[in-house]
Design a protein around this ligand. Structure first.
Ligand code: HEC
Ligand code: HEC
Length: 722
């Protein structure tokens, strides 16, 4: 073979190899660092905000220590890639950039904290919340521990141990919108992140690093990807051969374990009924279930498909809701927050060694309470006559000015049509929400007085000489009635988990409840549940989770000697109410209708909703205009649409979601769809049906008459004003 032929052949082989490795790169949308960032004024000081963004919940979300995370390179097939933890890179997954400290004035101002980010009263040394320089919602905490052996991980030759890295509330509950040259940042808003993309990218980066260590066992002074990685983790200790060898073995073992975990996680997204989450969504409840009952308990058959992704909800005022979660299933803030912390790999011992089973000493539970208090505010709204804590964002400059007469027209329509489900606005000038008793109820309203959770609550009230507080009585609508996608609500009724006897689950089965009513299309069949086994108990997933979290919480209260009064405060003055259905009649128009227990969604107060597209619990409708339009219009315009783009559209109120001209005039078009997620609303789990205002009186999920365009825009204008 002559040299030329050899050369051409070599080029072809290399090109084929690169092509083959293409799936090994992760497409991501671009991020512009040119925009002017601005955190909106929502009642928090800069210090509160920065603390909330980075306060740890003791989580180990990605299964690998912080020291490794910051030593990894981006998953691209080039000899020298940039760092994975670069904030510019992480922003492309939808995370929000954050300064390492508010004392770093220049960066803090650039990242939206105003011209005077740190008041003199806060010494930087005590308020250094992000010394690790990671985006909003990333927190570093105590020692990392190996999920297989539950022991720490030494960083050889340094005398140090690796630390945990995980997500906290703000990763998922902070919103952002880009408008003209601005990026508006919204605390408690709807996250724009894609955690599935992030997971794949991280795994791919580990894969490159491991392969380079395995396939290119070069001397330590050759800067291969693996050697660069090892040197970053070990620092000076890299000079020593025994450290290098020990580290390599440690890395290969753990990377192998993480690969197995990643394969299991991927399987959850490939099982029948699985639905891709994409940007702006997460199947939080099923993922928590898989983490706690499958991964942490090591019970493979408890795996459930990721089948009911939901849009990250806004959480301002949520501490005052009588029930939370889209399906109105959880009552107590501590059970919700601790359950969530366990879901993102907070450290809890769920193996049987009796004294320490349910030990949650790795989770700073007091932080969960402080976070809740920041959201809630220091006084009851009925007393303060306003909602304190985190407030919803106000529509203001640089967004275009509101049209006052339209707002007024919209207010009238809202009070005629929407208010009986969505309640009077929570911070408008009219005082209805504070003045009318019907909007508030005590937490035990409607609960069985003999239920153990209610009895425990009554006992706590008694020892702490307190009485029941009142919370907002939100309206729930059975899925059959509201007609939106059924998955998220029905999953919670159908899913069961199998737990060993020492966990002590009650064996409650809720499936018969749902079986009594006809199920909507896409939710007819119960998802398969694990087989019964001796020494194990099958329990409804939601109930089982509530029970496990409550035991973990109680273990912590006892270990830290909390008084009854303190426990009551940590519990948010509520019993551990868990449900998957609400009472209702079905069919509604039938005089012989009987009371049933039906899966449902709740109607949330709508202040600030303008900043939280896409809409409905599953994020299936891209803007408010389409939410107020009949089904055929939604189909024609947004049967498929892109998520992950952040360009805000103040007219129809949502993000730019199309790359080609549609039926609506002057919706901004996406110029480059690289890396965005295409949401297909024809798939069960993604359906954009229901909550319909249409003249077709037989349409499923119809809740009101059809609007004219003028009316639609009037309602939208009013919603912007809330
Ligand atoms: C990994 C992402 C993630 C993290 C971290 C997270 N959440 Fe959530 N949260 C969600 C999702 C998704 C939902 C909606 C779940 C559902 O209703 O099915 C939710 C629901 C909620 C709700 C209920 C809202 C409503 O209207 O019913 C509240 C309140 C809440 N979260 C607060 C918190 C707090 C406080 C923290 C931190 C202690 C936290 N979340 C951490 C993703 C997250
Ligand atoms: C019959 C009760 C009912 C009426 C009337 C009603 N809604 Fe709703 N609304 C709901 C329920 C229930 C949901 C949650 C549905 C879901 O997420 O699947 C909802 C969801 C929404 C959402 C989406 C919120 C989010 O999380 O994305 C918006 C916006 C909304 N409604 C606006 C309105 C407006 C504006 C009106 C009046 C024109 C109205 N609704 C009338 C019950 C109602």
């Amino acid at each position: 073979m002559n040299l030329r032929r050899f050369f051409i052949l070599a080029v072809i082989v290399i090109a084929a190899a690169i092509y083959h490795l293409r799936p090994w790169s992760v497409d991501l949308p671009q991020y512009s660092s040119q925009l002017t960032n601005q955190w909106l004024n929502q009642g928090w000081s800069n210090d509160d905000r920065h603390w909330f963004h980075h306060a740890t919940q003791g989580t180990n979300t990605f299964g690998l220590p912080y020291e490794w995370f910051i030593a990894l390179e981006q998953p691209v097939f080039v000899p020298w890639a940039k760092m994975f933890a670069d904030q510019d890179y992480l922003a492309r997954f939808g995370f929000i950039q954050s300064p390492s400290s508010l004392a770093d004035r220049q960066n803090a101002s650039r990242l939206g904290f105003g011209s005077n980010p740190l008041p003199a009263a806060y010494p930087d040394s005590k308020h250094r919340w992000n010394e690790f320089n990671l985006p909003v919602g990333f927190a570093v905490s105590g020692d990392w521990y190996d999920p297989r052996t539950r022991v720490d991980l030494p960083i050889y030759g340094t005398g140090r141990k690796a630390r945990s890295l995980g997500l906290t509330c703000a990763a998922c509950h902070t919103g952002q919108l880009e408008y003209e040259s601005n990026r508006l940042l919204i605390d408690g808003g709807a996250g724009m992140i894609s955690l599935d993309k992030f997971r794949v990218a991280l795994q791919t980066s580990l894969k490159y690093t491991a392969l380079s260590g395995k396939l290119l066992p070069m001397p330590h002074w050759v800067p291969t990807r693996f050697n660069r990685f090892a040197k970053r983790v070990l620092g000076d200790a890299y000079a020593d051969e025994s450290n290098r060898d020990a580290f390599k073995q440690q890395f290969m073992e753990l990377a192998g374990h993480l690969k197995t975990q990643a394969e299991l996680e991927e399987l959850q997204t490939k099982l029948p009924n699985a639905v891709e989450e994409g940007y702006t969504r997460l199947d939080a409840l099923n993922r928590i279930g898989n983490e706690v009952f499958q991964a942490q308990m090591g019970i493979r058959e408890n795996m459930h498909p990721i089948s009911g992704p939901v849009s990250f909800p806004y959480i301002w005022n949520a501490p005052w809701f009588n029930w939370v979660q889209y399906n109105s299933s959880i009552m107590q803030p501590m059970v919700r927050n601790l359950g969530e912390a366990m879901g993102v790999k907070g450290k809890v011992n769920l193996v049987d060694n009796s004294v320490q089973t349910f030990d949650a000493s790795g989770i700073p539970v007091e932080h969960l309470h402080e976070m809740e208090m920041l959201l809630r505010g220091d006084e009851h709204p009925l007393k303060a006559k306003e909602f304190r804590g985190l407030r919803s964002p106000r529509w203001d400059k640089p967004l275009p000015e509101l049209d006052a007469s339209r707002v007024q027209h919209g207010a009238k329509l809202y009070s005629e049509i929407c208010v009986h489900c969505h309640l009077p606005p929570l911070h408008a000038a009219d005082r209805k929400i504070f003045d009318e008793a019907k909007y508030w109820q005590t937490p035990t309203t409607g609960l069985d007085a003999n239920a153990p959770a209610v009895k425990e609550f009554q006992a706590l009230l008694k020892v702490s000489q307190s009485k029941e507080e009142k919370f907002l009585a939100l309206v729930t609508k059975p899925v059959m009635d509201i007609g939106t996608d059924c998955r998220a609500a029905y999953d919670m009724v159908y899913r069961t988990v199998s737990t060993p006897d020492f966990i002590g689950n009650s064996g409650t089965d809720l499936r018969p409840l749902a079986a009594r009513g006809p199920a909507p299309a896409g939710c007819e069949l119960p998802t398969p549940s694990p087989a019964r086994k001796d020494g194990f108990r099958l329990t409804n997933f939601g109930v089982a989770l509530g029970e496990v979290v409550a035991k973990t919480k109680q273990h912590w209260y006892e270990a830290t000697n909390k008084t009854g009064k303190e426990q009551l405060a940590f519990d948010g003055e509520r019993p551990n109410g868990i449900r998957a259905t609400v009472a209702g009649k079905y069919p509604y128009d039938d005089p012989r209708a009987v009371d049933r227990e039906l899966p449902a969604y709740k109607a949330r107060p709508l202040n600030g909703v303008w900043a939280t597209a896409p809409f409905l619990h599953n994020g299936s409708v891209p803007n408010l205009y389409l939410l107020l339009s009949p089904q055929d219009k939604r189909e024609a315009e947004a049967r498929m649409f892109w998520t992950g783009n952040r360009e805000f559209d103040p007219k129809y109120v949502g993000y730019a979601y199309r790359s080609d001209a549609g039926t609506l005039k002057d919706v901004p078009l996406i110029k480059d769809t690289t890396g965005l997620f295409r949401l297909d609303t024809t798939k069960a789990g993604n359906r954009n049906t229901g909550h319909l205002f249409t003249k077709d009186e037989t349409a499923a999920g119809r809740i009101g008459r059809e609007f004219t365009d003028e009316e639609r825009f009037a309602i939208i204008e009013y919603l912007k004003s809330l």
